[in-house]
Design a protein around this ligand. Structure first.
Ligand code: GTP
Ligand code: MG
Length: 196
């Protein structure tokens, strides 16, 4: 699939405001600042399709993009942002688990984790929910350019072993929006989910 023609569809403040639950949808999730929006821009070869920021918590809305009719990419708001009140955090986690459980068109979850801080608490919860709901997960260890190749490789192998704990269908790859490492693996995975 060519991801370049992807365009912005809508922003939703709530799971209930998402487009009709038809076709195939793939969601990008992860902690604030993990690099979700950057990965979407890298994938689509567009500089500012999804808004990126040095300030964590930039993406507050659920942004929906259309690759082609009935094929959507979802940029979910990042979690784990310290300045967000606990009540808001809990509400969002509830909505997220509901989305994973109920969304019929959801065929895959891309979970982005900074390669230097993988498997934080909410990441782990998300992996359990995805396994329970039978949603396959592609974990991208982002900002892989921050580590030297040797350490990057050993971190990847450790992360693959750790992924097995959660059950379910989980694949782990390294990724960098800066060097494009892991981009073809991401494209192949999404193409598979969109076309299977
Ligand atoms: P929220 O919208 O707040 O949840 O964040 P996000 O996950 O969408 O992160 P975003 O893509 O906005 O990136 C956060 C910061 O990390 C920005 O300063 C990016 O430039 C930087 N960043 C993203 N990807 C990479 C990468 O592959 N390598 C490096 N070195 N920096 C990156
Ligand atoms: Mg973002």
């Amino acid at each position: 699939i060519n991801f370049q023609p992807t365009s912005f569809l809508i922003s939703a403040a709530d799971i209930r405001q998402l487009p009709a639950d038809t076709g195939v949808e793939i969601a990008f999730a992860g902690r604030s600042n993990a690099g979700k929006s950057s990965a979407l821009n890298t994938l689509t070869r567009q500089k500012s399709l999804a808004r990126t920021s040095k300030t964590p918590g930039r993406t507050q809305l659920i942004n929906v993009f259309e690759v082609s009719p009935e094929r959507r990419l979802i940029d979910l708001p990042g979690y784990g942002y310290a300045k967000v009140p606990i009540a808001v955090k809990e509400k969002w986690q509830m909505a997220l688990s509901e989305y994973l459980q109920r969304r019929e068109s959801l065929r895959g979850l891309v979970l982005l984790m900074d390669i230097r801080h993988p498997y934080r608490d909410v990441d782990q919860e998300l992996l359990y929910w995805a396994a329970e709901s039978g949603i396959p997960v592609l974990i991208l260890l982002t900002k892989a350019d921050k580590l030297k190749p040797g350490i990057r490789k050993s971190t990847l192998l450790k992360a693959r072993e750790a992924a097995m704990v959660f059950g379910g269908e989980v694949t782990v790859e390294v990724f960098s929006s800066l060097t494009k490492i892991g981009l073809s693996e991401l494209e192949d995975h999404l193409t598979h989910w969109f076309t299977q």
